[in-house]
Write a new protein. Sequence first.
Length: 396
Amino acid sequence: MRNPPGGLRVWLHDRPLVLDAVLASVLASGAALSLYVPLTSAGTPRPGLPGVLASVLLVAGCLSPVLRRRLPLPMLFLVGLAGVALAPLGLSDLPLWPATLVLLYTISAHRGLAASLGALAWSFACHLVSASLGDGLGDWTAHLLVAVLALTLWISGRSARLRRAYMAELRDRAERTERAREADTRAARAEERSRIARELHDVVAHHVSVMTVQASAARRVLATNPDGAREALSAIEEMGRTAMAEMRNIVGVLRTDAAPAERSPQPGVSEIPALVEQMREAGLRTQLWIEGEHRTLPPGVDLAAYRLVQEALTNSLRHAGPLARAWVTVRHEHGQLAVRVEDDGQGVRTAQGGERTGHGLVGIRERVALYGGVLRIGPRPEGGFEVNARFPLKDV
């Protein structure tokens, strides 16, 4: 069975020791080849071959990158000592420098500044000691090249470390921002649900009060006026069903504060013309269309439709611009109520989704979802912004 694309890469990523072992083997093989096929600058073989001790030091030094992820500092220390030990045997430490550079990069990329500077100084000091114990310092060109290579790898490692730290900080900041945004949204939803609970409490309380009055009247006229009592009982039945429907909608929405409920009547669709007139006086050029046959709406839906128009027009007034126009359409359709608020302004939009900011739009979503409605909030194709909602109506 073939591995899926990227399977080998993932396998190697989970086993970094394999890559380090391959790298160390390549370095050891190259160093051994450079010693056992020694040619002078004239192309003639050099006399003699390195001894067993020199070979062991060379291979051990080149194999040190195997543990570069776990013990980079001890491995670099041992490689430096191996390079110094090769000098009395008549060999240069240059075959060990590829391993030294690998370890130096690892330390600078994964350790602190002090450790990486110490590693850089140790590497170059061991090279100078090895050169002085061998053929002498001689030409400074080779030493300068070694210093340039070591400094380049050190800078590259430090840059990689700083880049990782920067990306980690960005990820952490993004996570904190996301957590704060979610907490802010939850708080806004809780506040809106609490307000909805208070409003619906008053709606249900109104129905219960009417039921109580009707029951009292039915009890008084039950013996003398059976038809009147029957009508009162029918009204009680209708009010009871409406109240139960409102209470089913409010299940799961908890009141979070102990503020006394407002006793004033709650606004509805019939108050939207007055709301539009208020917006005109505030400076937003607003037009209103009410279409379809007007029907008696459930109190909760009636209130939600009013609040939706109120919040959408307030949003347009704040963000659409001083010259913007707004249109409000309330359409009574069979089995549903459609409410649409549009404007032609540009406004303040977020970077994602083109939606305007603010907790009011979160509240609109909560209200529409509470009554099983469908909501669209976003930019219009021809420019501007719109809030479009449809509330399903049962037995209306």
